[in-house]
Write a protein that binds this ligand. Structure first.
Ligand SMILES: Cc1cc2nc3c(=O)[nH]c(=O)nc-3n(C[C@H](O)[C@H](O)[C@H](O)COP(=O)(O)OP(=O)(O)OC[C@H]3O[C@@H](n4cnc5c(N)ncnc54)[C@H](O)[C@@H]3O)c2cc1C
Length: 409
């Protein structure tokens, strides 16, 4: 008999309010816009649209933030998904800087929202260190550092001695320190964005799974077990699951399972958050002393590709996560582990999200595929979708445009 794997239990979902919302007992039968998905992407679209006075219904099959958003690593890190030098090689300097600046602006936009609405979601500004475990990683960092300096970005390079001094671990051979970075409790943020959207008039309906979106002569029909809604526009904000409603995206947004664990509180260790192993592992210490560490999916034979089940954790990944901190930090030799959980990311072939109209499906829009780095993008991408729907021209990097769908195939 197959041994049952341990259950996935996200720290961020235990204590988050506003997860189950139904603005009206019944679904409306029509709405100008229907947004599908209640993670950071979906609630952002609903927030910006409702702020513009547009009629919008948001449908979420579970509770708000119960997808990737409530299961992530807690980093709100501006920047490109690839390291800076690789990003320039792929996109060129201008586009790389466009992505960089967009993510900086989105972090500032999130900050302003939190201040304006007095949201309690543990937003905490910190630096981010990218720590090198191998000489190859040091060389890549040195190359990126030089290019970032030339581009006027605020970054520091650490040699081995400095890395040891800053981290308290002799295992790291160097590092890059980015000054702009934050931690955020994303599930709490999503609950707050949804509440403000509701105050603006958005109709939020959790516990409502969309089974189909149909194109008809008179517009779009969104089918759910609670009834159907006729809409002029539909926004697919279902991220890793978008292939179920639009199979055309099956090979363009792939579900990839990530895993995270949290420790019991320990005394403060670092005055920065960090990533290592080319970003595969990501770590932060919360103000309450708990350390949140994610990654290690490379330890699974499949690298956790094409997996949609976030109810269980993967033992091989779990072992990697549990041993990493004691193996790298003397002070954490006996650290106690709290919860462990998984979540499903949506990966695109070039690691950039798809944001905009869905080619071939009039009236349908997509906002998905952040490839594990959605927090510093989604709030701004949501605004871009609202602008497109209301006939405005958003400022989005070309690298994020849904128009590239054909090229990606
Ligand atoms: C383990 C892990 C660690 C991560 N760490 C970080 C990090 O530290 N920093 C960072 O920037 N990013 C991180 N990410 C990525 C980030 O969390 C995502 O990019 C972001 O949350 C995506 O938000 P979303 O709203 O697009 O998708 P999701 O949050 O996945 O929301 C999609 C929603 O759609 C709903 N849905 C699906 N199908 C239907 C349907 N048919 N009908 C109705 N609803 C439906 C789902 O239930 C889900 O709630 C991480 C992700 C994971 C999984």
């Amino acid at each position: 008999m197959e041994k049952l794997k341990p259950l996935s239990d996200s720290f961020w979902l235990v204590d988050s309010v506003n997860r189950h919302l139904q603005s009206t007992p019944q679904l409306p039968t029509a709405s100008e816009v229907v947004v599908i998905g209640g993670g950071i992407s979906g609630v952002s679209v609903a927030y910006w649209l409702s702020g513009l006075g547009v009629e919008v219904v948001l449908l979420e099959r579970q509770g708000l933030a119960e997808g990737a958003t409530g299961r992530n690593g807690g980093h709100l890190a501006p920047g490109t998904n690839k390291d800076f030098a690789d990003a320039i090689a792929t996109h060129g300097l201008e586009e790389t800087l466009a992505i960089w600046h967009l993510t900086q602006n989105v972090v500032e936009l999130v900050h302003q929202f939190i201040e304006q609405h007095q949201v309690d979601c543990d937003l905490h500004f910190n630096s981010l260190a990218s720590l090198a475990l191998t000489p190859l990683e040091v060389e890549q960092q040195r190359r990126s550092f030089e290019l970032m300096q030339e581009a006027g970005l605020d970054v520091q390079f650490w040699d081995k001695e400095e890395a040891i001094g800053h981290t308290g671990s002799s295992r790291f051979l160097g590092g890059l320190l980015y000054k702009e970075h934050a931690q955020v409790w994303a599930a709490k943020l999503v609950g707050a964005i949804a509440r403000v959207a509701m105050q603006n008039g958005a109709n939020i309906q959790t516990g409502t799974s969309v089974g189909a979106v149909e194109q008809s002569q008179s517009g779009l029909i969104v089918r759910t077990p609670r009834g159907e809604i006729r809409a002029k526009f539909v926004v697919h904000a279902t991220n890793a699951y978008v292939r179920h409603l639009r199979p055309v995206l099956k090979d363009l947004i792939i579900p990839v399972r990530g895993q995270v664990m949290v420790t019991e509180p320990v005394p403060p260790l670092w005055n920065f958050d960090w990533i290592t192993n080319h970003g595969y592992e990501y770590c932060l210490q919360r103000p309450d002393g708990r350390i949140v560490l994610g990654g290690m999916r490379w330890r699974s034979p499949t690298h956790e590709w094409n997996i949609e089940d976030d109810r269980q954790i993967e033992p091989a990944v779990s072992e990697g996560l549990r041993t990493f901190l004691p193996d790298h930090f003397e002070a954490l030799r006996n650290v106690q582990i709290g919860q462990e959980w998984t979540g499903i990311m949506g990966f695109s072939p070039d690691d950039n999200p798809l944001v905009g109209e869905l080619p071939g499906y009039p009236g349908e829009y997509i906002i998905a595929g952040y490839s594990g780095h959605g927090m510093p993008i989604a709030f701004g991408a949501g605004r871009a979708i609202a602008q497109l729907i209301t006939g405005q021209q958003p400022q989005l990097p070309l690298a994020f445009s849904s128009a590239r769908l054909e090229q990606l195939k």
